[in-house]
Design a binder for this molecule. Structure first.
Ligand code: ADP
Ligand code: MG
Length: 488
């Protein structure tokens, strides 16, 4: 997709560098806790504070997590990789360097497939994934004269996931980050919470004329939500087009996103870019991974979102819209599949009915109450019970809408609510006929009008009869009998 201007077409080129915090109880090279929200400097070991004479020891669980991530992203896990020192001086980095993997990362290649509106796939290739330590945090807003350092985050394990410059629009960046986050959450290797900073992304953007070499890129640092990311990208596209169309050149620089104004600003230009003087980390041996270890981890990879969506589509003939929503979060997929199992029907219609109630009414209740699926007042089993009542014609869809609200508010099962409130559908033709006859009796004038051609009144009679039965009459039976009575 090109951007057309009066001077011709531009193509946008985007690559991402994502820092994903590895889920693990302890840090990459120390046994200090990684728990979020602890008091400042509560979780700091000698290693994290870089006391002289201490030596790092690799946390093998973090390594397993990186291996799992690589495998989940279709990449190659390297049997040997190395750690390197990235040197820079900053107050929240007591070592004076970060241990990272620069020359030989643990994971190479990989990709994520994005599905476009028209159903075609667009593959975003990955360059690499490496593991490294996070830095601490400087706090500047608690005193007018002092800064504080919190080293709780220092030494926490990160994966840096670097893509090739394969994205072409803000929309693709959004899709990519959503997909990546979803896969990491399925793998349970990163919680993907951008607002807590456990997933952060730097965006590299350039523009060029199609068919010519890529242009010079600007990098936007640390945007902390997917929504902001799209705003930042679109702002940056405008800014660069403006420069290029006025005969200027885009500078290679690092920019910051100002979320209040929705713009990017220069942070540092190429001239004052730092020289990190990378060199192999002498305190750590090469990271050697036996193939058997990699294979064992391969066996623990769950069915991932795309595969799950495809399977649900195939098994139950669900629309893609539904399967995409259901498979985006593993907890939603588990909820859906466990409810479906409880219903135990095997029919595609029931699978679709369940999808409708989950994605429609239950999602609305969750949204309204600001809860996610794991905090739902209605369990998968209880939703299943509601679906069974609908499918067996015990209650109508309309009554079910009331029932699900009550289930949420009163935390009771569907059966209990239907029992208590007497909401069972009336399916006895005799009973329905009585109500209908009453309605026709009360509206003799309208019956005459109907018979002289005012067909629309049919709906009016249905409405009146429903009112009489408090919405409980089975609509199909009611319709049939009404037709019968009116043709008499
Ligand atoms: P560096 O080592 O200077 O950070 P890399 O080659 O590692 O550079 O690239 C960093 C990121 O920038 C990658 O995500 C890559 O896809 C992206 N990138 C590289 N060239 C371009 C370009 N011309 N336009 C946009 N993004 C680019
Ligand atoms: Mg880089």
């Amino acid at each position: 997709m090109y951007i057309e201007t009066s001077t011709g077409n531009w193509e946008v080129v985007i690559g991402l560098e994502i820092h994903a915090q590895i889920i693990s109880n302890s840090k990459l090279f120390s046994s200090a806790s990684t728990k979020f929200g602890a008091n400042p400097n509560e979780n700091v070991s000698y290693i994290d504070a870089a006391l002289p004479g201490v030596l790092p020891v690799i946390n093998s669980y973090c390594v397993d997590q990186a291996i799992k991530t690589g495998l989940g992203l279709n990449a190659t896990v390297n049997n040997i990789s190395f750690f390197d020192r990235k040197n820079y001086f900053y107050a929240d980095l007591p070592q004076g360097y970060q241990i990272t993997q620069f020359f030989h990362p643990i994971v190479s290649g990989g990709y994520i497939d994005l599905e476009k509106e028209d159903g075609t796939l667009h593959r975003i290739n990955l360059e690499r994934i490496h593991i490294e330590q996070d830095a601490g945090k400087s706090i500047h807003d608690q005193s007018p004269t002092k800064s504080f350092i919190d080293l709780n985050r220092a030494g926490v394990a990160l994966m840096e996931i670097v893509t090739k410059p394969d994205m072409r629009s803000a929309e693709e960046v959004t899709l990519f980050l959503q997909k990546l986050r979803s896969i990491l959450r399925y793998l349970k290797t990163c919680d993907g919470n951008m607002d807590e900073g456990s997933m952060r992304a730097d965006v590299n953007i350039s523009l060029h004329r199609p068919g010519t070499p890529y242009g010079t890129r600007a990098e936007i640092k640390n945007v902390n939500s997917i929504k902001f990311m799209a705003i930042a990208v679109n702002y940056e596209i405008e800014r660069q087009i403006n420069i290029l169309e006025n005969g200027g050149e885009v500078e290679q620089e690092t920019r910051l996103f100002d979320s209040v104004r929705g713009i990017t600003k220069t942070m540092r230009s190429k001239e004052d870019a730092q020289d990190y003087r990378y060199f192999p980390e002498p305190d750590l041996p090469p990271l050697i991974l036996e193939q058997s270890r990699i294979d064992a981890i391969k066996n623990t990879i769950p069915e991932l979102p795309d595969a799950k969506a495809r399977r649900l589509q195939k098994e139950y003939d669900l629309p893609k819209y539904d399967t995409t929503l259901i498979s985006e979060e593993i907890e939603i997929a588990d909820f859906y599949e466990s409810a479906l199992k409880s219903i135990n029907s095997g029919s595609n219609e029931v699978a679709k009915l369940l999808a409708n109630w989950l994605l429609g009414d239950l999602f609305a209740l969750l949204n309204k109450n600001n809860k996610n699926i794991t905090e739902s007042n209605i369990s998968a089993q209880n939703l299943a019970e509601l679906i069974i009542l609908i499918k067996d014609n015990v209650i109508s869809g309309k009554i079910a809408k009331e029932v699900i609200e009550l289930m949420w508010n009163e935390k009771k099962s569907a059966k209990e609510i239907v029992e208590e409130k007497g909401l069972k559908q009336i399916t006895s033709p005799e009973e329905i006929k009585i109500s209908l006859k009453e309605v026709l009796e009360e509206h003799k004038d309208k019956v005459l009008e109907y018979k002289s051609g005012k067909d629309k009144l049919f709906g009016f009679f249905v409405g009146q009869a429903m009112k009489k039965t408090k919405g409980k009459a089975n609509p199909k039976i009611l319709n049939d009998i009404l037709k019968e009575l009116l043709s008499e």
